[in-house]
Each structure stands twice: as C-alpha cells, then as structure tokens.
Write a new protein. Structure first.
Length: 197
C-alpha cells in the first residue's frame, strides 16, 4: 500500500506541470502561452513521428520516456527561456537537480533511481537516445516559431546564431532534419523574425 501511495502522490504532483508556462505561443489558441505539460506531450509524439530520420539507432521507447519526464523539474524550478542570459541558465541547473531529487523522490526507491537516471541521461546528452531526445526538444519550438511568424524569437529579438547553435544536435544525428531546420532559420531571417548576425 505504501508503494501505491507514493506512486499516486507522484502522479498527482505532475498535475502542477500544467501550470508552468513557457515562452512558446499556441497560435491556434489565441496565442496563449504553452505550458510545459503540453510541450512534453507534443515533443514525445514528434519524436515518434520523426525518429526514422535519426542516423544512429535510437530506442524510441526510451526517447519518448525521456521527453515525457525531462521538464518535470520545472514544477519547482520553473521554465527559463532558452535564450536567456547565461547567468540565469547556469542558476537553473542547480534548481533542476534539487527539483529532480524532490519530485522523483516521491516515488519508491527503485522507480526514483530509474527516473532520475533517465532524466540525467537526457540532461547530459551523451547517448544517441538522449541526443535525439534533446534534438527533438529543440526543433519543435523552431517549427512553432516559424509557423507563428517568429513567435518568441521576434518578441525577444533572438539572433540566428543562437537558434543555429541550439539546434546543433540535429546536424550529425538527423541530417535531413538539420537541412530542413537551417532552411527554416534562413527563411525566418529573410522575414525579419530572427536577427541576422
């Protein structure tokens, strides 16, 4: 019974992720801010649809699991804009580690270790699974911003070089997706949605 109680406590805690808002806008819903739970669902499906483009073999089940849990830490740490000042991004790392320990720690010990390890693997992005998951996590906002005439890029005056650097995981791992992404980045510059530097 204690194990079930711990698991249910964790599941109910996840509801709080629906109240963490990102900089991405949901165009089809009056440009409201997207929440992190929606983002996690959307990238998990994106990975399933696009995993055929990975040049390295990836275990899509592990990738989807990573994507579903990667932002759970934002329940405590909040979301930091991908192109925020480096000092803010550096502070976020410590907050997220503490959040991972607390939130995954709600689970029974074996599940805590398993989820924490999977989350850490995603963060470190050393394995093919984690690099592909990280690439998908970064390419979906690119697609959303292009579809929304620059979206958060235009609002925050993001530079082309920042978006290129953020999507570098695609370059060797999924060359077709990388080519598509760079074409969209160049198009966004031509439209004035990204600053050409």
């Amino acid at each position: 019974m204690q194990q079930l109680t711990q698991q249910l406590d964790f599941i109910l805690e996840l509801d709080r992720l629906k109240a963490v808002y990102r900089q991405a806008l949901v165009k089809v819903d009056n440009n409201r801010f997207e929440n992190s739970a929606e983002h996690s669902w959307h990238i998990a499906l994106t990975a399933q649809v696009l995993h055929q483009y990975a040049e390295e073999e990836v275990d899509i089940s592990r990738v989807v699991s990573m994507l579903l849990i990667h932002d759970i830490v934002e329940i405590d740490a909040g979301d930091t804009f991908a192109f925020a000042e480096q000092s803010l991004l550096d502070q976020q790392e410590d907050k997220e580690i503490a959040a991972a320990n607390r939130i995954f720690g709600l689970l029974p010990a074996k599940q805590f270790q398993s989820m924490k390890q999977l989350w850490s693997e995603f963060e470190e992005a050393q394995t093919a699974d984690a690099r592909f998951a990280k690439a998908i996590d970064r390419v979906l906002p690119l697609l959303q911003n292009v579809k929304n005439e620059g979206g958060s890029w235009a609002r925050h005056q993001v530079k082309k070089s920042q978006v290129v650097q953020r999507n570098q995981y695609l370059q060797g791992l999924a060359p077709q997706l990388w080519t598509y992404a760079t074409e969209q980045i160049d198009f966004s510059v031509s439209q004035g949605w990204l600053i050409d530097d």
